[in-house]
Design a protein around this ligand. Structure first.
Ligand SMILES: Cc1ncc(COP(=O)(O)O)c(C=O)c1O
Length: 436
Protein backbone atom coordinates (compact mmCIF):
# COMPACT_ATOMS: atom_id res chain seq x y z
CA UNK A 1 0.00 0.00 0.00
CA UNK A 2 1.33 3.42 -0.98
CA UNK A 3 2.19 6.00 1.66
CA UNK A 4 -0.70 8.27 2.52
CA UNK A 5 -0.87 11.46 0.46
CA UNK A 6 0.31 14.63 2.22
CA UNK A 7 -2.92 16.22 0.96
CA UNK A 8 -4.83 13.86 3.27
CA UNK A 9 -2.50 14.11 6.27
CA UNK A 10 0.43 11.88 5.24
CA UNK A 11 4.15 12.74 5.26
CA UNK A 12 5.38 15.29 2.73
CA UNK A 13 7.81 13.73 0.24
CA UNK A 14 9.88 16.76 -0.84
CA UNK A 15 11.68 18.02 2.24
CA UNK A 16 15.03 19.27 0.90
CA UNK A 17 15.52 23.03 0.47
CA UNK A 18 14.61 24.44 -2.94
CA UNK A 19 16.89 27.43 -3.16
CA UNK A 20 18.13 27.40 -6.74
CA UNK A 21 18.20 31.20 -6.79
CA UNK A 22 18.29 32.87 -10.18
CA UNK A 23 20.11 34.84 -11.50
CA UNK A 24 23.49 34.07 -9.96
CA UNK A 25 25.35 37.37 -9.68
CA UNK A 26 28.87 37.26 -8.27
CA UNK A 27 31.74 39.57 -7.48
CA UNK A 28 32.79 39.77 -11.14
CA UNK A 29 29.43 41.32 -12.11
CA UNK A 30 29.57 43.72 -9.17
CA UNK A 31 33.13 44.77 -10.05
CA UNK A 32 32.26 45.31 -13.71
CA UNK A 33 29.29 47.52 -12.82
CA UNK A 34 31.23 49.50 -10.21
CA UNK A 35 34.13 50.08 -12.62
CA UNK A 36 31.76 51.56 -15.22
CA UNK A 37 30.09 53.73 -12.63
CA UNK A 38 33.43 55.06 -11.40
CA UNK A 39 34.24 55.96 -15.01
CA UNK A 40 30.82 57.60 -15.32
CA UNK A 41 30.04 55.49 -18.41
CA UNK A 42 26.36 54.87 -17.85
CA UNK A 43 25.19 55.80 -21.35
CA UNK A 44 27.08 54.64 -24.44
CA UNK A 45 25.72 55.65 -27.84
CA UNK A 46 28.39 54.32 -30.21
CA UNK A 47 28.33 50.66 -29.23
CA UNK A 48 31.72 50.70 -27.54
CA UNK A 49 32.66 49.32 -24.11
CA UNK A 50 30.66 46.41 -22.72
CA UNK A 51 27.94 46.79 -25.36
CA UNK A 52 30.36 46.11 -28.20
CA UNK A 53 32.08 43.51 -26.02
CA UNK A 54 28.87 41.58 -25.53
CA UNK A 55 27.98 41.81 -29.22
CA UNK A 56 31.40 40.43 -30.17
CA UNK A 57 31.09 37.61 -27.64
CA UNK A 58 27.59 36.75 -28.93
CA UNK A 59 28.67 36.78 -32.57
CA UNK A 60 31.72 34.60 -31.87
CA UNK A 61 29.73 32.16 -29.74
CA UNK A 62 26.85 31.71 -32.17
CA UNK A 63 28.79 32.10 -35.41
CA UNK A 64 26.60 35.03 -36.52
CA UNK A 65 28.22 37.76 -38.63
CA UNK A 66 26.44 40.59 -36.83
CA UNK A 67 25.09 41.12 -33.33
CA UNK A 68 23.28 44.21 -32.11
CA UNK A 69 22.37 44.62 -28.46
CA UNK A 70 18.96 46.09 -27.59
CA UNK A 71 17.39 47.23 -24.35
CA UNK A 72 14.93 44.29 -24.33
CA UNK A 73 14.12 41.10 -26.17
CA UNK A 74 10.90 42.76 -27.33
CA UNK A 75 12.93 45.57 -28.93
CA UNK A 76 15.21 43.02 -30.60
CA UNK A 77 12.13 41.26 -31.99
CA UNK A 78 10.70 44.54 -33.29
CA UNK A 79 14.03 45.22 -35.00
CA UNK A 80 14.08 41.68 -36.38
CA UNK A 81 10.63 42.05 -38.00
CA UNK A 82 11.43 45.52 -39.27
CA UNK A 83 14.81 44.21 -40.38
CA UNK A 84 13.32 41.54 -42.65
CA UNK A 85 10.94 44.12 -44.09
CA UNK A 86 7.65 43.49 -42.28
CA UNK A 87 5.50 46.55 -42.95
CA UNK A 88 1.85 47.65 -43.00
CA UNK A 89 -0.49 44.74 -43.64
CA UNK A 90 2.23 42.11 -43.96
CA UNK A 91 1.28 38.86 -42.31
CA UNK A 92 3.61 36.98 -40.01
CA UNK A 93 2.91 33.39 -38.96
CA UNK A 94 3.29 33.17 -35.18
CA UNK A 95 2.38 30.40 -32.74
CA UNK A 96 -0.53 31.28 -30.45
CA UNK A 97 1.39 29.48 -27.69
CA UNK A 98 4.25 31.87 -26.91
CA UNK A 99 5.07 34.91 -24.81
CA UNK A 100 3.03 37.84 -26.12
CA UNK A 101 6.08 39.81 -27.29
CA UNK A 102 6.59 37.42 -30.23
CA UNK A 103 3.29 38.60 -31.68
CA UNK A 104 3.22 42.10 -30.19
CA UNK A 105 6.44 43.02 -31.95
CA UNK A 106 4.78 42.13 -35.28
CA UNK A 107 2.07 44.67 -34.45
CA UNK A 108 4.80 47.17 -33.51
CA UNK A 109 6.19 46.73 -37.04
CA UNK A 110 2.65 47.42 -38.38
CA UNK A 111 2.30 43.80 -39.43
CA UNK A 112 -0.45 41.29 -38.75
CA UNK A 113 0.23 38.25 -36.55
CA UNK A 114 -1.46 35.18 -38.02
CA UNK A 115 -1.67 32.63 -35.26
CA UNK A 116 -0.76 28.98 -35.73
CA UNK A 117 -1.10 25.74 -33.83
CA UNK A 118 1.80 24.19 -31.96
CA UNK A 119 2.83 20.56 -31.79
CA UNK A 120 1.90 18.89 -28.47
CA UNK A 121 5.04 16.73 -28.49
CA UNK A 122 7.60 19.52 -28.92
CA UNK A 123 5.48 22.58 -27.92
CA UNK A 124 6.87 24.35 -31.00
CA UNK A 125 5.09 25.73 -34.07
CA UNK A 126 3.22 23.13 -36.14
CA UNK A 127 4.78 23.78 -39.53
CA UNK A 128 2.06 21.97 -41.49
CA UNK A 129 -0.59 24.11 -39.84
CA UNK A 130 1.48 27.23 -40.56
CA UNK A 131 1.70 26.22 -44.21
CA UNK A 132 -2.10 26.14 -44.48
CA UNK A 133 -2.31 29.75 -43.28
CA UNK A 134 0.00 31.22 -45.94
CA UNK A 135 -1.60 33.87 -48.15
CA UNK A 136 -0.28 36.30 -50.75
CA UNK A 137 0.33 38.73 -47.87
CA UNK A 138 2.50 36.39 -45.79
CA UNK A 139 5.92 37.92 -45.34
CA UNK A 140 7.56 35.94 -42.56
CA UNK A 141 7.31 33.06 -40.14
CA UNK A 142 8.33 33.45 -36.51
CA UNK A 143 9.47 30.38 -34.60
CA UNK A 144 9.99 30.31 -30.86
CA UNK A 145 12.27 27.65 -29.39
CA UNK A 146 9.94 27.05 -26.48
CA UNK A 147 11.52 26.28 -23.12
CA UNK A 148 14.84 25.70 -24.87
CA UNK A 149 13.54 23.01 -27.23
CA UNK A 150 14.49 23.77 -30.83
CA UNK A 151 11.73 24.06 -33.44
CA UNK A 152 11.95 21.80 -36.50
CA UNK A 153 14.21 24.12 -38.46
CA UNK A 154 14.49 21.78 -41.47
CA UNK A 155 10.73 21.99 -41.98
CA UNK A 156 10.61 25.72 -41.23
CA UNK A 157 13.39 26.55 -43.70
CA UNK A 158 11.89 24.35 -46.41
CA UNK A 159 8.51 26.07 -46.03
CA UNK A 160 10.13 29.51 -46.02
CA UNK A 161 12.15 28.78 -49.15
CA UNK A 162 9.14 27.40 -50.98
CA UNK A 163 7.13 30.57 -50.30
CA UNK A 164 9.84 33.23 -50.16
CA UNK A 165 9.27 33.93 -46.45
CA UNK A 166 11.70 35.46 -43.99
CA UNK A 167 12.38 33.39 -40.88
CA UNK A 168 12.58 35.14 -37.53
CA UNK A 169 13.81 32.99 -34.62
CA UNK A 170 12.71 34.03 -31.16
CA UNK A 171 15.51 32.48 -29.11
CA UNK A 172 14.53 34.02 -25.79
CA UNK A 173 14.23 30.61 -24.09
CA UNK A 174 17.10 28.89 -25.85
CA UNK A 175 20.50 30.60 -25.53
CA UNK A 176 23.13 28.11 -26.61
CA UNK A 177 20.73 25.62 -28.21
CA UNK A 178 21.69 24.16 -31.59
CA UNK A 179 20.09 22.50 -34.63
CA UNK A 180 22.43 20.20 -36.59
CA UNK A 181 25.26 21.90 -34.70
CA UNK A 182 24.25 25.43 -35.74
CA UNK A 183 23.26 27.90 -33.07
CA UNK A 184 19.65 29.00 -32.87
CA UNK A 185 19.30 32.47 -34.32
CA UNK A 186 21.70 31.67 -37.18
CA UNK A 187 19.50 29.20 -39.06
CA UNK A 188 16.75 31.64 -40.04
CA UNK A 189 17.39 35.13 -41.36
CA UNK A 190 17.51 36.77 -37.97
CA UNK A 191 17.43 35.77 -34.32
CA UNK A 192 16.29 37.69 -31.24
CA UNK A 193 17.17 36.85 -27.65
CA UNK A 194 15.82 38.26 -24.40
CA UNK A 195 18.44 38.96 -21.73
CA UNK A 196 15.82 39.79 -19.11
CA UNK A 197 16.60 38.81 -15.52
CA UNK A 198 14.99 35.37 -15.44
CA UNK A 199 16.64 34.02 -18.60
CA UNK A 200 19.73 31.80 -18.61
CA UNK A 201 21.82 34.78 -19.77
CA UNK A 202 20.86 38.01 -18.04
CA UNK A 203 21.53 41.70 -18.42
CA UNK A 204 18.72 42.54 -16.00
CA UNK A 205 16.84 43.95 -18.97
CA UNK A 206 18.25 43.59 -22.46
CA UNK A 207 18.03 41.83 -25.80
CA UNK A 208 20.27 40.73 -28.65
CA UNK A 209 19.63 40.57 -32.37
CA UNK A 210 21.89 38.37 -34.49
CA UNK A 211 21.93 38.02 -38.26
CA UNK A 212 24.18 37.17 -41.16
CA UNK A 213 22.59 39.83 -43.35
CA UNK A 214 24.02 43.36 -43.42
CA UNK A 215 20.73 44.83 -44.67
CA UNK A 216 18.82 43.42 -41.68
CA UNK A 217 21.53 44.74 -39.37
CA UNK A 218 21.45 48.20 -41.01
CA UNK A 219 17.65 48.37 -40.76
CA UNK A 220 17.83 47.42 -37.08
CA UNK A 221 20.27 50.28 -36.52
CA UNK A 222 17.94 52.72 -38.25
CA UNK A 223 14.95 51.54 -36.25
CA UNK A 224 16.34 51.95 -32.77
CA UNK A 225 20.06 52.71 -32.60
CA UNK A 226 20.45 56.09 -34.27
CA UNK A 227 23.75 56.89 -32.54
CA UNK A 228 25.51 54.08 -34.36
CA UNK A 229 24.15 54.46 -37.89
CA UNK A 230 26.97 56.59 -39.20
CA UNK A 231 29.64 54.31 -37.73
CA UNK A 232 28.19 50.88 -38.25
CA UNK A 233 25.74 50.86 -41.18
CA UNK A 234 27.12 49.03 -44.22
CA UNK A 235 25.04 50.71 -46.86
CA UNK A 236 26.16 54.21 -47.89
CA UNK A 237 22.63 55.55 -48.19
CA UNK A 238 21.81 54.17 -44.74
CA UNK A 239 24.81 55.93 -43.21
CA UNK A 240 23.28 59.26 -44.16
CA UNK A 241 20.08 58.51 -42.18
CA UNK A 242 21.54 59.84 -38.96
CA UNK A 243 18.23 60.42 -37.23
CA UNK A 244 16.82 56.90 -37.41
CA UNK A 245 13.10 56.19 -36.96
CA UNK A 246 12.68 57.49 -33.45
CA UNK A 247 12.53 54.29 -31.40
CA UNK A 248 15.24 54.17 -28.79
CA UNK A 249 16.47 50.67 -28.28
CA UNK A 250 19.97 51.49 -27.07
CA UNK A 251 20.82 49.18 -24.14
CA UNK A 252 22.06 50.17 -20.71
CA UNK A 253 25.84 49.69 -20.37
CA UNK A 254 25.50 48.34 -16.82
CA UNK A 255 23.25 45.56 -18.17
CA UNK A 256 25.75 44.81 -20.92
CA UNK A 257 28.57 44.64 -18.36
CA UNK A 258 26.57 42.14 -16.28
CA UNK A 259 25.71 40.00 -19.30
CA UNK A 260 29.32 40.00 -20.49
CA UNK A 261 30.39 38.45 -17.19
CA UNK A 262 27.42 36.08 -17.19
CA UNK A 263 28.36 34.90 -20.69
CA UNK A 264 31.44 33.17 -19.29
CA UNK A 265 29.14 30.79 -17.39
CA UNK A 266 26.56 30.11 -20.10
CA UNK A 267 27.88 26.71 -21.18
CA UNK A 268 28.37 25.55 -17.59
CA UNK A 269 24.87 26.62 -16.63
CA UNK A 270 23.37 25.02 -19.71
CA UNK A 271 25.13 21.75 -19.04
CA UNK A 272 24.00 21.79 -15.38
CA UNK A 273 20.43 22.37 -16.49
CA UNK A 274 20.74 19.68 -19.15
CA UNK A 275 21.93 17.06 -16.67
CA UNK A 276 19.12 17.92 -14.23
CA UNK A 277 16.48 18.03 -16.98
CA UNK A 278 17.54 14.64 -18.38
CA UNK A 279 17.65 13.13 -14.90
CA UNK A 280 14.18 14.38 -14.00
CA UNK A 281 12.66 13.32 -17.33
CA UNK A 282 14.24 9.87 -17.08
CA UNK A 283 12.87 9.53 -13.55
CA UNK A 284 9.34 10.34 -14.71
CA UNK A 285 9.46 8.40 -17.98
CA UNK A 286 7.85 5.25 -16.57
CA UNK A 287 4.65 7.09 -15.58
CA UNK A 288 2.16 6.44 -18.41
CA UNK A 289 0.06 9.54 -17.68
CA UNK A 290 3.03 11.86 -18.27
CA UNK A 291 4.57 12.72 -21.63
CA UNK A 292 7.90 14.43 -21.61
CA UNK A 293 8.43 17.01 -24.41
CA UNK A 294 10.41 15.47 -27.24
CA UNK A 295 13.78 16.87 -28.27
CA UNK A 296 14.29 16.27 -32.00
CA UNK A 297 17.40 14.22 -32.85
CA UNK A 298 18.92 17.16 -34.74
CA UNK A 299 18.65 19.46 -31.72
CA UNK A 300 20.53 20.14 -28.55
CA UNK A 301 18.50 22.09 -26.03
CA UNK A 302 19.84 25.26 -24.46
CA UNK A 303 18.53 27.96 -22.19
CA UNK A 304 16.10 25.62 -20.42
CA UNK A 305 13.80 28.47 -19.52
CA UNK A 306 11.22 26.13 -18.02
CA UNK A 307 10.23 22.48 -17.84
CA UNK A 308 6.93 21.36 -19.31
CA UNK A 309 5.31 17.95 -19.06
CA UNK A 310 2.03 16.84 -20.64
CA UNK A 311 -0.45 15.16 -18.36
CA UNK A 312 -3.01 12.80 -19.86
CA UNK A 313 -5.83 12.43 -17.34
CA UNK A 314 -7.40 9.61 -19.36
CA UNK A 315 -4.38 7.52 -18.38
CA UNK A 316 -4.90 8.25 -14.68
CA UNK A 317 -8.54 7.22 -14.14
CA UNK A 318 -9.63 10.71 -15.21
CA UNK A 319 -8.21 12.71 -12.31
CA UNK A 320 -8.26 16.37 -13.29
CA UNK A 321 -5.05 18.34 -13.70
CA UNK A 322 -6.15 20.60 -10.84
CA UNK A 323 -6.56 17.69 -8.42
CA UNK A 324 -3.24 16.20 -9.47
CA UNK A 325 -1.54 19.55 -8.92
CA UNK A 326 -3.09 19.94 -5.48
CA UNK A 327 -1.77 16.54 -4.47
CA UNK A 328 1.70 17.18 -5.91
CA UNK A 329 1.98 20.59 -4.29
CA UNK A 330 0.97 19.16 -0.94
CA UNK A 331 3.92 16.76 -1.36
CA UNK A 332 6.16 19.81 -1.84
CA UNK A 333 6.60 19.59 -5.63
CA UNK A 334 7.08 23.07 -7.18
CA UNK A 335 4.56 22.39 -9.94
CA UNK A 336 2.12 24.76 -11.60
CA UNK A 337 -0.25 25.03 -14.53
CA UNK A 338 0.94 26.78 -17.72
CA UNK A 339 0.80 30.51 -17.07
CA UNK A 340 1.38 31.72 -20.66
CA UNK A 341 -2.08 32.44 -22.04
CA UNK A 342 -2.85 31.42 -25.61
CA UNK A 343 -2.62 34.70 -27.48
CA UNK A 344 -5.73 34.35 -29.61
CA UNK A 345 -7.76 34.18 -26.39
CA UNK A 346 -6.19 37.25 -24.73
CA UNK A 347 -8.28 40.45 -24.65
CA UNK A 348 -6.00 42.33 -27.03
CA UNK A 349 -6.38 39.88 -29.88
CA UNK A 350 -9.82 38.69 -28.95
CA UNK A 351 -11.47 42.07 -28.68
CA UNK A 352 -9.06 43.88 -30.98
CA UNK A 353 -8.92 47.66 -30.86
CA UNK A 354 -11.24 47.87 -27.88
CA UNK A 355 -8.43 47.11 -25.43
CA UNK A 356 -5.83 49.45 -26.92
CA UNK A 357 -8.05 51.90 -28.71
CA UNK A 358 -6.27 53.75 -31.45
CA UNK A 359 -2.78 52.36 -30.99
CA UNK A 360 -1.58 50.50 -34.07
CA UNK A 361 -4.96 48.80 -34.29
CA UNK A 362 -4.10 45.43 -35.79
CA UNK A 363 -6.10 43.24 -38.08
CA UNK A 364 -5.46 39.82 -36.67
CA UNK A 365 -7.38 37.45 -38.92
CA UNK A 366 -5.66 36.56 -42.12
CA UNK A 367 -8.92 36.99 -44.00
CA UNK A 368 -9.24 40.55 -42.64
CA UNK A 369 -12.77 39.92 -41.44
CA UNK A 370 -14.12 41.20 -38.16
CA UNK A 371 -14.86 37.92 -36.42
CA UNK A 372 -13.26 37.71 -33.01
CA UNK A 373 -11.33 34.63 -31.96
CA UNK A 374 -13.22 32.03 -29.98
CA UNK A 375 -12.20 29.10 -27.83
CA UNK A 376 -11.91 26.18 -30.23
CA UNK A 377 -10.20 28.14 -33.01
CA UNK A 378 -6.90 26.37 -32.24
CA UNK A 379 -8.14 23.02 -30.95
CA UNK A 380 -4.84 21.11 -30.84
CA UNK A 381 -3.00 23.82 -28.94
CA UNK A 382 -5.94 24.55 -26.64
CA UNK A 383 -6.14 20.85 -25.78
CA UNK A 384 -2.51 20.39 -24.79
CA UNK A 385 -2.33 23.80 -23.11
CA UNK A 386 -4.96 22.56 -20.62
CA UNK A 387 -2.82 19.54 -19.83
CA UNK A 388 0.55 21.13 -19.24
CA UNK A 389 2.36 20.84 -15.96
CA UNK A 390 5.04 23.46 -15.39
CA UNK A 391 8.14 22.83 -13.31
CA UNK A 392 11.13 25.12 -12.79
CA UNK A 393 14.61 24.52 -14.16
CA UNK A 394 17.34 23.28 -11.87
CA UNK A 395 20.83 24.63 -12.50
CA UNK A 396 23.04 23.49 -9.62
CA UNK A 397 23.69 19.76 -9.10
CA UNK A 398 20.85 18.50 -6.89
CA UNK A 399 19.97 14.88 -7.57
CA UNK A 400 18.68 14.28 -4.01
CA UNK A 401 16.02 16.98 -4.49
CA UNK A 402 15.15 15.65 -7.94
CA UNK A 403 14.88 12.15 -6.45
CA UNK A 404 12.34 13.47 -3.96
CA UNK A 405 10.35 15.17 -6.73
CA UNK A 406 10.38 11.99 -8.80
CA UNK A 407 9.29 10.00 -5.74
CA UNK A 408 6.44 12.45 -5.09
CA UNK A 409 5.10 12.00 -8.63
CA UNK A 410 5.23 8.23 -8.20
CA UNK A 411 3.52 8.42 -4.81
CA UNK A 412 0.67 10.58 -6.09
CA UNK A 413 0.20 8.39 -9.15
CA UNK A 414 0.37 5.08 -7.27
CA UNK A 415 -2.69 2.76 -7.25
CA UNK A 416 -4.42 3.33 -3.93
CA UNK A 417 -3.58 7.04 -3.83
CA UNK A 418 -5.04 7.49 -7.28
CA UNK A 419 -8.21 5.81 -6.09
CA UNK A 420 -8.38 8.04 -3.03
CA UNK A 421 -7.86 11.17 -5.15
CA UNK A 422 -10.50 10.01 -7.58
CA UNK A 423 -13.00 9.43 -4.75
CA UNK A 424 -12.24 12.85 -3.27
CA UNK A 425 -12.76 14.51 -6.62
CA UNK A 426 -16.04 12.69 -7.22
CA UNK A 427 -17.48 13.61 -3.85
CA UNK A 428 -16.36 17.26 -4.32
CA UNK A 429 -13.88 17.32 -1.42
CA UNK A 430 -13.16 21.06 -0.93
CA UNK A 431 -9.46 20.34 -0.43
CA UNK A 432 -9.29 19.75 -4.19
CA UNK A 433 -11.44 22.59 -5.40
CA UNK A 434 -9.82 25.83 -4.38
CA UNK A 435 -7.39 25.53 -7.28
CA UNK A 436 -7.62 28.37 -9.87
C1 LIG B 1 9.55 33.85 -26.01
C2 LIG B 1 9.85 35.25 -25.57
N1 LIG B 1 9.95 36.21 -26.50
C3 LIG B 1 10.21 37.49 -26.17
C4 LIG B 1 10.38 37.87 -24.87
C5 LIG B 1 10.56 39.32 -24.56
O1 LIG B 1 11.76 39.59 -23.94
P1 LIG B 1 11.92 40.88 -22.99
O2 LIG B 1 11.16 40.61 -21.75
O3 LIG B 1 13.40 40.95 -22.77
O4 LIG B 1 11.41 42.06 -23.74
C6 LIG B 1 10.28 36.91 -23.85
C7 LIG B 1 10.45 37.30 -22.44
O5 LIG B 1 10.09 36.64 -21.52
C8 LIG B 1 10.01 35.57 -24.21
O6 LIG B 1 9.90 34.61 -23.28
Amino acid sequence: MADRLALFGGQKTVTLPQDDRWPVLGQAEIDAVVALMREGRISIGDGSGPIGGLEKAFAEYTGARFALMHNSGTAALHAAYYGVGVGPGDEVLVPTYTWHATAGAVVMANGVPVFCESDPHTLNIDVEDAARRITSRTKAIAVVHMWGNVADMDAVMALAEAHGLAVVEDCSHAHGATWRGKHVGTIGHVGAFSLQGSKVLVAGEGGMLITGDSTIYDRALVLGNHGRIQYHAHDDAMRELTTGLGFKYRPHPLGAAIALEQFKNLDTWNSGRRVNFDYLMEGLSDLPALAVTRTPDQAERGGYYGTRILYDSAKLVGISRGALLKALRAEGVPVDIERYPLLHLTPYYRQRQRAYDGYLAPVVRSDYDDVPFEPGDFPATEAFHQQLLALPVFTAPQFPLLDQIIAAFHKVMAGTNVEELKDAEERGDPVLFDWP
